[in-house]
Design a protein around this ligand. Structure first.
Ligand SMILES: *[C@@H]1O[C@H](CO)[C@@H](O)[C@H](O)[C@H]1NC(C)=O
Ligand SMILES: *[C@@H]1O[C@H](CO)[C@@H](O)[C@H](O)[C@H]1NC(C)=O
Ligand SMILES: *[C@@H]1O[C@H](CO)[C@@H](O)[C@H](O)[C@H]1NC(C)=O
Ligand SMILES: *[C@@H]1O[C@H](CO)[C@@H](O)[C@H](O)[C@H]1NC(C)=O
Length: 395
Protein backbone atom coordinates (compact mmCIF):
# COMPACT_ATOMS: atom_id res chain seq x y z
CA UNK A 1 0.00 0.00 0.00
CA UNK A 2 1.85 3.10 1.22
CA UNK A 3 5.62 3.26 1.26
CA UNK A 4 7.53 4.59 4.28
CA UNK A 5 5.97 5.90 7.40
CA UNK A 6 2.79 7.80 6.93
CA UNK A 7 1.65 8.92 10.35
CA UNK A 8 -2.01 8.41 10.96
CA UNK A 9 -3.90 11.54 11.80
CA UNK A 10 -5.74 11.57 15.13
CA UNK A 11 -9.16 11.32 13.48
CA UNK A 12 -8.12 8.34 11.38
CA UNK A 13 -6.76 6.57 14.46
CA UNK A 14 -10.08 7.00 16.25
CA UNK A 15 -11.95 5.57 13.26
CA UNK A 16 -9.56 2.61 13.22
CA UNK A 17 -10.15 1.92 16.90
CA UNK A 18 -13.87 2.04 16.42
CA UNK A 19 -13.66 -0.50 13.63
CA UNK A 20 -11.65 -2.88 15.81
CA UNK A 21 -14.20 -2.66 18.62
CA UNK A 22 -17.06 -3.16 16.17
CA UNK A 23 -15.32 -6.16 14.60
CA UNK A 24 -14.80 -7.70 18.02
CA UNK A 25 -18.48 -7.43 18.86
CA UNK A 26 -19.47 -8.82 15.49
CA UNK A 27 -17.23 -11.86 16.12
CA UNK A 28 -18.79 -12.43 19.55
CA UNK A 29 -22.29 -12.18 18.05
CA UNK A 30 -21.43 -14.71 15.31
CA UNK A 31 -20.07 -17.18 17.84
CA UNK A 32 -23.15 -16.81 20.04
CA UNK A 33 -25.65 -17.46 17.25
CA UNK A 34 -24.09 -20.89 16.80
CA UNK A 35 -22.23 -22.93 14.26
CA UNK A 36 -25.33 -23.83 12.18
CA UNK A 37 -25.82 -20.28 11.07
CA UNK A 38 -22.24 -20.26 9.87
CA UNK A 39 -22.71 -23.20 7.50
CA UNK A 40 -22.88 -21.41 4.14
CA UNK A 41 -25.87 -23.37 2.84
CA UNK A 42 -29.38 -22.34 2.05
CA UNK A 43 -32.41 -24.54 1.51
CA UNK A 44 -35.36 -23.54 -0.60
CA UNK A 45 -37.89 -24.43 0.72
CA UNK A 46 -36.59 -24.79 4.27
CA UNK A 47 -38.90 -27.68 4.98
CA UNK A 48 -40.88 -29.95 2.70
CA UNK A 49 -44.40 -31.26 3.10
CA UNK A 50 -45.09 -33.91 0.49
CA UNK A 51 -48.20 -35.92 -0.23
CA UNK A 52 -47.44 -39.65 -0.37
CA UNK A 53 -46.88 -40.37 -4.06
CA UNK A 54 -46.44 -36.67 -4.82
CA UNK A 55 -43.41 -34.82 -6.12
CA UNK A 56 -40.82 -32.76 -4.30
CA UNK A 57 -37.91 -30.52 -5.32
CA UNK A 58 -35.63 -28.73 -2.86
CA UNK A 59 -32.71 -26.47 -3.77
CA UNK A 60 -29.60 -26.41 -1.68
CA UNK A 61 -27.31 -23.53 -2.59
CA UNK A 62 -24.09 -22.09 -1.23
CA UNK A 63 -22.40 -18.75 -1.29
CA UNK A 64 -18.96 -20.41 -0.86
CA UNK A 65 -17.75 -20.84 -4.41
CA UNK A 66 -14.47 -22.45 -3.31
CA UNK A 67 -16.04 -25.55 -1.71
CA UNK A 68 -14.71 -29.05 -2.18
CA UNK A 69 -18.03 -30.61 -3.00
CA UNK A 70 -21.64 -30.49 -1.79
CA UNK A 71 -24.46 -32.97 -1.89
CA UNK A 72 -27.59 -34.51 -0.39
CA UNK A 73 -27.70 -37.34 2.07
CA UNK A 74 -31.08 -39.08 2.20
CA UNK A 75 -31.77 -41.68 4.93
CA UNK A 76 -28.04 -41.83 5.64
CA UNK A 77 -27.19 -42.56 1.99
CA UNK A 78 -25.38 -40.11 -0.15
CA UNK A 79 -27.51 -39.58 -3.21
CA UNK A 80 -26.17 -36.54 -5.00
CA UNK A 81 -22.77 -35.01 -5.07
CA UNK A 82 -21.35 -32.11 -6.94
CA UNK A 83 -17.96 -30.41 -6.96
CA UNK A 84 -18.40 -27.46 -9.19
CA UNK A 85 -21.80 -25.85 -8.92
CA UNK A 86 -23.20 -23.75 -6.13
CA UNK A 87 -26.72 -25.21 -6.36
CA UNK A 88 -27.84 -28.78 -6.03
CA UNK A 89 -31.49 -29.88 -6.24
CA UNK A 90 -33.01 -32.92 -4.61
CA UNK A 91 -35.93 -33.96 -6.73
CA UNK A 92 -38.39 -36.87 -6.53
CA UNK A 93 -41.34 -37.13 -8.89
CA UNK A 94 -43.22 -39.81 -6.92
CA UNK A 95 -42.28 -39.96 -3.27
CA UNK A 96 -43.34 -43.35 -1.91
CA UNK A 97 -41.37 -43.71 1.27
CA UNK A 98 -42.62 -43.10 4.81
CA UNK A 99 -39.35 -43.22 6.76
CA UNK A 100 -37.36 -40.85 4.63
CA UNK A 101 -35.88 -38.69 7.38
CA UNK A 102 -33.21 -37.60 8.10
CA UNK A 103 -32.30 -35.64 4.99
CA UNK A 104 -29.23 -33.39 4.91
CA UNK A 105 -27.58 -31.09 2.51
CA UNK A 106 -23.86 -30.95 3.26
CA UNK A 107 -20.81 -29.07 2.05
CA UNK A 108 -17.07 -29.75 2.31
CA UNK A 109 -15.37 -26.50 3.01
CA UNK A 110 -12.00 -25.46 1.73
CA UNK A 111 -10.66 -24.29 5.06
CA UNK A 112 -10.46 -25.91 8.43
CA UNK A 113 -13.07 -24.95 11.00
CA UNK A 114 -12.24 -26.57 14.30
CA UNK A 115 -11.78 -30.29 13.75
CA UNK A 116 -14.28 -30.67 10.91
CA UNK A 117 -14.30 -29.12 7.50
CA UNK A 118 -17.78 -30.43 6.63
CA UNK A 119 -21.05 -28.83 7.63
CA UNK A 120 -24.60 -29.75 6.89
CA UNK A 121 -28.16 -28.57 7.37
CA UNK A 122 -31.19 -30.73 7.82
CA UNK A 123 -34.27 -30.63 5.65
CA UNK A 124 -37.31 -31.70 7.67
CA UNK A 125 -39.67 -33.63 5.40
CA UNK A 126 -43.25 -34.55 6.26
CA UNK A 127 -44.87 -37.21 4.09
CA UNK A 128 -48.62 -37.11 4.54
CA UNK A 129 -51.69 -38.98 3.45
CA UNK A 130 -55.28 -37.87 3.93
CA UNK A 131 -57.61 -40.55 5.35
CA UNK A 132 -59.25 -43.04 3.01
CA UNK A 133 -62.45 -42.73 4.99
CA UNK A 134 -63.99 -41.02 8.00
CA UNK A 135 -67.09 -42.67 9.39
CA UNK A 136 -69.37 -42.34 12.41
CA UNK A 137 -71.32 -45.02 14.25
CA UNK A 138 -73.01 -45.68 17.57
CA UNK A 139 -71.32 -48.18 19.87
CA UNK A 140 -73.40 -51.19 21.00
CA UNK A 141 -76.69 -49.58 20.18
CA UNK A 142 -79.30 -49.56 17.46
CA UNK A 143 -82.53 -47.67 17.01
CA UNK A 144 -83.89 -44.70 18.92
CA UNK A 145 -82.12 -43.31 21.97
CA UNK A 146 -83.89 -42.60 25.23
CA UNK A 147 -83.68 -39.14 26.71
CA UNK A 148 -81.25 -38.82 29.61
CA UNK A 149 -79.39 -42.04 28.91
CA UNK A 150 -75.78 -42.13 27.85
CA UNK A 151 -74.63 -43.36 24.47
CA UNK A 152 -71.28 -43.68 22.82
CA UNK A 153 -70.49 -42.49 19.32
CA UNK A 154 -67.38 -43.55 17.49
CA UNK A 155 -65.49 -41.88 14.69
CA UNK A 156 -63.22 -44.07 12.58
CA UNK A 157 -60.45 -42.40 10.65
CA UNK A 158 -58.90 -44.83 8.25
CA UNK A 159 -55.31 -44.79 6.96
CA UNK A 160 -53.93 -41.36 7.80
CA UNK A 161 -50.39 -40.01 8.25
CA UNK A 162 -48.76 -38.39 10.14
CA UNK A 163 -51.07 -38.80 13.10
CA UNK A 164 -49.42 -36.04 15.16
CA UNK A 165 -50.81 -33.57 12.64
CA UNK A 166 -54.31 -35.03 12.82
CA UNK A 167 -57.19 -33.37 14.66
CA UNK A 168 -60.52 -35.17 15.00
CA UNK A 169 -63.46 -32.89 15.76
CA UNK A 170 -66.98 -33.77 16.83
CA UNK A 171 -69.91 -31.64 15.78
CA UNK A 172 -73.59 -31.51 16.57
CA UNK A 173 -75.13 -29.71 13.62
CA UNK A 174 -72.71 -26.78 13.28
CA UNK A 175 -71.57 -26.72 16.92
CA UNK A 176 -68.13 -28.02 17.81
CA UNK A 177 -68.46 -30.44 20.74
CA UNK A 178 -65.01 -31.83 21.22
CA UNK A 179 -61.67 -32.23 19.54
CA UNK A 180 -58.84 -34.69 19.87
CA UNK A 181 -55.20 -34.48 18.86
CA UNK A 182 -52.57 -37.21 18.97
CA UNK A 183 -49.06 -37.32 20.31
CA UNK A 184 -47.87 -40.49 18.53
CA UNK A 185 -44.75 -39.79 16.52
CA UNK A 186 -45.29 -42.59 14.02
CA UNK A 187 -44.70 -41.52 10.40
CA UNK A 188 -46.56 -44.36 8.66
CA UNK A 189 -50.35 -44.36 8.15
CA UNK A 190 -52.57 -45.53 11.00
CA UNK A 191 -56.25 -45.96 11.79
CA UNK A 192 -57.70 -43.95 14.65
CA UNK A 193 -60.96 -44.41 16.54
CA UNK A 194 -62.23 -41.58 18.68
CA UNK A 195 -65.29 -41.91 20.88
CA UNK A 196 -67.71 -39.35 22.26
CA UNK A 197 -70.23 -39.85 25.05
CA UNK A 198 -73.56 -38.14 24.56
CA UNK A 199 -76.66 -37.83 26.69
CA UNK A 200 -79.34 -36.71 24.26
CA UNK A 201 -82.48 -34.84 25.27
CA UNK A 202 -85.68 -33.93 23.45
CA UNK A 203 -84.03 -30.88 21.90
CA UNK A 204 -81.72 -33.25 20.04
CA UNK A 205 -84.49 -34.74 17.94
CA UNK A 206 -83.29 -34.61 14.39
CA UNK A 207 -79.84 -33.38 15.45
CA UNK A 208 -77.02 -34.49 13.23
CA UNK A 209 -73.77 -35.65 14.71
CA UNK A 210 -70.71 -35.85 12.54
CA UNK A 211 -66.95 -35.96 12.85
CA UNK A 212 -64.19 -34.43 10.85
CA UNK A 213 -60.52 -35.33 10.39
CA UNK A 214 -58.19 -32.46 9.63
CA UNK A 215 -54.51 -32.71 8.74
CA UNK A 216 -52.85 -29.45 9.69
CA UNK A 217 -49.41 -29.55 8.16
CA UNK A 218 -48.39 -25.99 8.88
CA UNK A 219 -47.61 -23.13 6.55
CA UNK A 220 -45.68 -25.34 4.11
CA UNK A 221 -48.55 -27.82 3.87
CA UNK A 222 -51.59 -27.63 1.62
CA UNK A 223 -53.83 -24.61 2.24
CA UNK A 224 -56.49 -24.79 3.51
CA UNK A 225 -55.57 -27.92 5.51
CA UNK A 226 -57.32 -30.99 4.05
CA UNK A 227 -60.48 -32.00 5.90
CA UNK A 228 -62.52 -35.17 5.58
CA UNK A 229 -65.98 -35.39 7.13
CA UNK A 230 -68.14 -38.34 7.98
CA UNK A 231 -71.68 -38.54 6.72
CA UNK A 232 -74.00 -37.09 9.39
CA UNK A 233 -75.65 -39.39 11.89
CA UNK A 234 -79.23 -38.37 12.65
CA UNK A 235 -80.42 -39.53 16.01
CA UNK A 236 -83.92 -40.30 17.17
CA UNK A 237 -84.71 -39.48 20.79
CA UNK A 238 -87.60 -41.03 22.66
CA UNK A 239 -88.81 -39.23 25.74
CA UNK A 240 -91.45 -39.50 28.42
CA UNK A 241 -94.66 -37.48 27.95
CA UNK A 242 -94.97 -34.03 29.47
CA UNK A 243 -98.48 -32.73 30.13
CA UNK A 244 -99.00 -29.07 29.25
CA UNK A 245 -99.85 -27.55 32.63
CA UNK A 246 -100.88 -24.18 31.26
CA UNK A 247 -103.72 -25.85 29.39
CA UNK A 248 -104.64 -28.06 32.30
CA UNK A 249 -104.54 -26.26 35.67
CA UNK A 250 -104.55 -28.31 38.84
CA UNK A 251 -107.81 -26.85 40.07
CA UNK A 252 -110.76 -26.36 37.72
CA UNK A 253 -113.90 -24.51 38.79
CA UNK A 254 -117.10 -25.48 37.04
CA UNK A 255 -120.47 -23.85 37.65
CA UNK A 256 -123.36 -26.07 38.33
CA UNK A 257 -125.56 -26.29 35.32
CA UNK A 258 -122.73 -25.30 32.93
CA UNK A 259 -120.85 -28.41 31.72
CA UNK A 260 -117.22 -27.81 30.77
CA UNK A 261 -114.53 -29.65 28.83
CA UNK A 262 -111.04 -30.35 30.14
CA UNK A 263 -108.29 -30.80 27.54
CA UNK A 264 -105.19 -32.78 28.35
CA UNK A 265 -102.36 -32.26 25.90
CA UNK A 266 -99.05 -34.00 26.24
CA UNK A 267 -95.79 -33.84 24.35
CA UNK A 268 -93.80 -37.02 24.01
CA UNK A 269 -91.97 -39.22 21.55
CA UNK A 270 -93.46 -41.55 20.49
CA UNK A 271 -96.75 -39.64 20.58
CA UNK A 272 -98.38 -40.47 23.91
CA UNK A 273 -101.79 -42.01 24.33
CA UNK A 274 -103.94 -39.91 26.63
CA UNK A 275 -106.55 -41.19 28.97
CA UNK A 276 -108.62 -39.87 31.85
CA UNK A 277 -109.13 -41.71 35.06
CA UNK A 278 -112.05 -40.77 37.25
CA UNK A 279 -111.06 -43.08 40.08
CA UNK A 280 -109.85 -41.92 43.41
CA UNK A 281 -106.26 -43.10 43.03
CA UNK A 282 -105.76 -42.75 39.29
CA UNK A 283 -105.46 -46.41 38.42
CA UNK A 284 -108.74 -46.96 36.60
CA UNK A 285 -108.61 -45.89 33.00
CA UNK A 286 -112.02 -44.95 32.00
CA UNK A 287 -111.91 -42.57 29.09
CA UNK A 288 -109.43 -42.78 26.24
CA UNK A 289 -109.60 -39.26 24.93
CA UNK A 290 -107.82 -35.93 25.24
CA UNK A 291 -111.10 -34.30 26.24
CA UNK A 292 -113.12 -34.86 29.37
CA UNK A 293 -116.65 -33.50 29.78
CA UNK A 294 -117.30 -32.23 33.27
CA UNK A 295 -120.73 -32.17 34.78
CA UNK A 296 -122.11 -32.13 38.31
CA UNK A 297 -121.67 -35.92 38.42
CA UNK A 298 -117.88 -35.77 37.71
CA UNK A 299 -115.91 -36.87 40.77
CA UNK A 300 -113.84 -34.28 42.59
CA UNK A 301 -110.53 -35.87 41.61
CA UNK A 302 -109.70 -36.72 38.01
CA UNK A 303 -106.37 -37.77 36.52
CA UNK A 304 -104.96 -37.30 33.05
CA UNK A 305 -102.47 -40.02 32.13
CA UNK A 306 -100.16 -39.62 29.18
CA UNK A 307 -98.41 -42.84 28.27
CA UNK A 308 -95.80 -43.88 25.73
CA UNK A 309 -93.11 -46.53 25.43
CA UNK A 310 -90.70 -44.50 27.60
CA UNK A 311 -93.03 -43.98 30.53
CA UNK A 312 -96.16 -42.32 31.75
CA UNK A 313 -96.98 -39.00 33.36
CA UNK A 314 -100.03 -38.29 35.47
CA UNK A 315 -101.66 -34.96 36.24
CA UNK A 316 -104.13 -34.67 39.06
CA UNK A 317 -106.96 -32.20 38.53
CA UNK A 318 -109.29 -31.14 41.30
CA UNK A 319 -112.71 -30.38 39.94
CA UNK A 320 -114.59 -27.90 42.07
CA UNK A 321 -118.29 -27.58 41.26
CA UNK A 322 -119.44 -24.06 42.07
CA UNK A 323 -122.95 -22.77 42.62
CA UNK A 324 -124.03 -20.42 39.88
CA UNK A 325 -124.57 -17.12 41.67
CA UNK A 326 -125.04 -15.10 38.51
CA UNK A 327 -128.89 -14.95 38.46
CA UNK A 328 -128.87 -14.24 42.20
CA UNK A 329 -126.37 -11.39 41.79
CA UNK A 330 -128.28 -10.02 38.80
CA UNK A 331 -131.53 -10.08 40.81
CA UNK A 332 -129.85 -8.36 43.73
CA UNK A 333 -128.44 -5.61 41.49
CA UNK A 334 -131.88 -5.11 39.93
CA UNK A 335 -133.45 -4.72 43.36
CA UNK A 336 -130.80 -2.20 44.39
CA UNK A 337 -131.25 -0.18 41.19
CA UNK A 338 -135.02 -0.06 41.64
CA UNK A 339 -134.56 1.03 45.23
CA UNK A 340 -132.13 3.82 44.29
CA UNK A 341 -134.49 5.07 41.59
CA UNK A 342 -137.30 5.16 44.11
CA UNK A 343 -135.20 7.12 46.63
CA UNK A 344 -134.13 9.67 44.04
CA UNK A 345 -137.65 10.18 42.73
CA UNK A 346 -138.77 10.78 46.25
CA UNK A 347 -136.04 13.36 46.98
CA UNK A 348 -136.71 15.11 43.67
CA UNK A 349 -140.40 15.41 44.33
CA UNK A 350 -139.89 16.78 47.80
CA UNK A 351 -137.30 19.33 46.60
CA UNK A 352 -139.42 20.73 43.76
CA UNK A 353 -142.53 20.99 45.84
CA UNK A 354 -140.46 23.25 48.08
CA UNK A 355 -139.05 25.13 45.08
CA UNK A 356 -142.57 25.79 43.65
CA UNK A 357 -143.59 27.55 46.79
CA UNK A 358 -140.37 29.55 47.26
CA UNK A 359 -139.58 30.82 43.71
CA UNK A 360 -142.89 30.82 41.90
CA UNK A 361 -143.10 34.60 41.38
CA UNK A 362 -139.47 34.87 40.15
CA UNK A 363 -139.87 32.26 37.42
CA UNK A 364 -143.10 33.74 36.18
CA UNK A 365 -141.62 37.23 35.97
CA UNK A 366 -138.97 36.12 33.42
CA UNK A 367 -139.70 37.57 30.00
CA UNK A 368 -140.45 34.75 27.60
CA UNK A 369 -141.41 36.54 24.36
CA UNK A 370 -137.78 36.25 23.13
CA UNK A 371 -138.00 32.48 23.05
CA UNK A 372 -141.27 32.49 21.22
CA UNK A 373 -139.87 34.40 18.22
CA UNK A 374 -137.14 31.86 17.31
CA UNK A 375 -137.20 31.00 13.63
CA UNK A 376 -136.98 27.46 12.38
CA UNK A 377 -135.62 26.79 8.86
CA UNK A 378 -135.92 30.48 8.06
CA UNK A 379 -139.68 30.55 8.50
CA UNK A 380 -141.16 32.73 11.09
CA UNK A 381 -143.42 31.19 13.60
CA UNK A 382 -146.70 33.02 13.09
CA UNK A 383 -148.09 32.51 16.59
CA UNK A 384 -145.53 32.85 19.41
CA UNK A 385 -145.88 29.84 21.65
CA UNK A 386 -146.50 30.77 25.18
CA UNK A 387 -144.10 28.92 27.42
CA UNK A 388 -145.81 26.99 30.12
CA UNK A 389 -144.42 27.61 33.57
CA UNK A 390 -142.34 24.63 34.77
CA UNK A 391 -144.38 24.42 37.92
CA UNK A 392 -147.53 23.47 35.99
CA UNK A 393 -145.66 20.46 34.44
CA UNK A 394 -144.55 19.21 37.81
CA UNK A 395 -147.80 19.76 39.58
C1 LIG B 1 -34.45 -24.17 -7.61
O1 LIG B 1 -33.53 -23.53 -8.48
C2 LIG B 1 -33.90 -23.49 -9.83
C3 LIG B 1 -32.74 -22.92 -10.61
O2 LIG B 1 -32.32 -21.68 -10.06
C4 LIG B 1 -35.17 -22.69 -9.98
O3 LIG B 1 -35.58 -22.68 -11.33
C5 LIG B 1 -36.25 -23.29 -9.12
O4 LIG B 1 -37.41 -22.49 -9.16
C6 LIG B 1 -35.77 -23.42 -7.69
N1 LIG B 1 -36.75 -24.14 -6.94
C7 LIG B 1 -37.22 -23.73 -5.77
C8 LIG B 1 -38.19 -24.61 -5.10
O5 LIG B 1 -36.84 -22.69 -5.30
C1 LIG C 1 -47.59 -30.64 11.73
O1 LIG C 1 -46.75 -30.71 10.66
C2 LIG C 1 -45.85 -29.63 10.51
C3 LIG C 1 -45.08 -29.84 9.25
O2 LIG C 1 -44.65 -31.12 9.14
C4 LIG C 1 -44.99 -29.49 11.75
O3 LIG C 1 -44.15 -28.39 11.65
C5 LIG C 1 -45.85 -29.35 12.96
O4 LIG C 1 -45.10 -29.32 14.12
C6 LIG C 1 -46.87 -30.44 13.02
N1 LIG C 1 -47.82 -30.15 14.06
C7 LIG C 1 -47.96 -30.91 15.13
C8 LIG C 1 -49.00 -30.47 16.11
O5 LIG C 1 -47.31 -31.89 15.31
C1 LIG D 1 -99.03 -25.26 26.47
O1 LIG D 1 -100.16 -24.63 25.92
C2 LIG D 1 -100.03 -23.25 25.76
C3 LIG D 1 -101.37 -22.69 25.28
O2 LIG D 1 -101.76 -23.27 24.07
C4 LIG D 1 -98.91 -22.96 24.78
O3 LIG D 1 -98.75 -21.57 24.62
C5 LIG D 1 -97.62 -23.56 25.32
O4 LIG D 1 -96.59 -23.38 24.39
C6 LIG D 1 -97.80 -25.03 25.61
N1 LIG D 1 -96.63 -25.49 26.31
C7 LIG D 1 -95.94 -26.53 25.89
C8 LIG D 1 -94.78 -26.91 26.72
O5 LIG D 1 -96.24 -27.16 24.89
C1 LIG E 1 -98.81 -47.63 28.61
O1 LIG E 1 -99.00 -48.11 27.28
C2 LIG E 1 -98.54 -49.43 27.07
C3 LIG E 1 -98.75 -49.72 25.60
O2 LIG E 1 -98.26 -48.69 24.83
C4 LIG E 1 -99.30 -50.37 27.96
O3 LIG E 1 -98.82 -51.67 27.77
C5 LIG E 1 -99.13 -49.96 29.39
O4 LIG E 1 -99.91 -50.75 30.20
C6 LIG E 1 -99.54 -48.53 29.57
N1 LIG E 1 -99.25 -48.14 30.93
C7 LIG E 1 -100.04 -47.33 31.61
C8 LIG E 1 -99.64 -47.04 33.00
O5 LIG E 1 -101.02 -46.84 31.11
Amino acid sequence: MQKGTFPLTTSLRVTYMRLVVLGFFFLCFSLLTGAEAECPLQLDPQRAVVRYGGSVAVNCSTSDLLHKGMGWEISLREVLKNYTRSLITWRVSELKEWNINPIFCYINLNYTRGDSSQCQIELPVTVYKTPDSVSISTVNHRGPMIEGQQYELQCDVHDVAPVQNLTVRWYKNQTLLHQTTFTDTIETPVNKNVTLLIRPDRADIGAQYWCEAELDLGAEGPQPPPKNSSTPLSITVHYKPIINETKLPSVVRVFRGYPDVLVCEADGNPKPTISWSLGTNGTEHNIYSEKLNITESTPENVYCIANNSVGNTTRHVKVSIQEDYLPLIAGLIAVIVVFIIFIFSFIYTVYYKKAKMGHYSLKNAKPSAQNGNITQNGKQNPIPMKKLPQSSFLA
